[in-house]
Ligand binder design. Structure first.
Ligand code: ZN
Length: 158
């Protein structure tokens, strides 16, 4: 379970392994308001996401848990850093951009620090795209379920 089977640029590989070894925002949230879990059976990856919103409707806290290959776990770690502080509408935009990067070869978001860009090379390996997409799909699921169960807590931008 490593990035060895995926030929990535060394710099990108280092960024991915850094997130894998030192995951950001990993753990449980004390007062999670919404959560979702997902599985990538092809690789055996598991991701759980928990969210808590601030009074302004933005994602105040987000944490992930799970296990699996380095790409799935690193992608989840990057996701939590990327969407924290964003509204649901903004977070959905990031999911769309990430999906486009993985499936259509689009460029990473312009304000990306370089972390998300490091996963760009994974797009060449269809079997691993599912690993990278897992946490983003789980986020979409958590937000749609959360919005359905907590009316008035949605972003209000739609
Ligand atoms: Zn995987």
């Amino acid at each position: 379970m490593s990035t060895q089977d995926v030929e990535l640029d060394d710099l990108y590989r280092e960024i991915i392994l850094d997130h894998y070894r030192k995951p950001r925002n990993k753990g449980r949230l004390e007062h999670a308001e919404m959560s979702a879990e997902g599985l990538n059976p092809v690789c055996g990856d598991e991701i759980r996401l928990e969210l808590r919103l601030g009074l302004d409707g933005r994602i105040a806290e987000i944490a992930f848990g799970g296990r699996g290959c380095s790409i799935s776990q690193a992608s989840a770690s990057m996701l939590t850093e990327d969407v924290k502080g964003k509204t649901f509408a903004e977070a959905r935009g990031r999911i769309d951009q990430f999906r486009a990067m993985m499936t259509e070869g689009s460029a990473p978001p312009q304000d990306d620090s370089g972390d998300i860009e490091s996963l760009q090379g994974v797009a060449k390996f269809p079997a691993r795209v599912k690993c990278a997409m897992l946490s983003w799909n789980v986020l979409q699921q958590a937000m749609s379920e959360g919005a359905a169960s907590a009316p008035g807590k949605d972003d209000g931008n739609e």
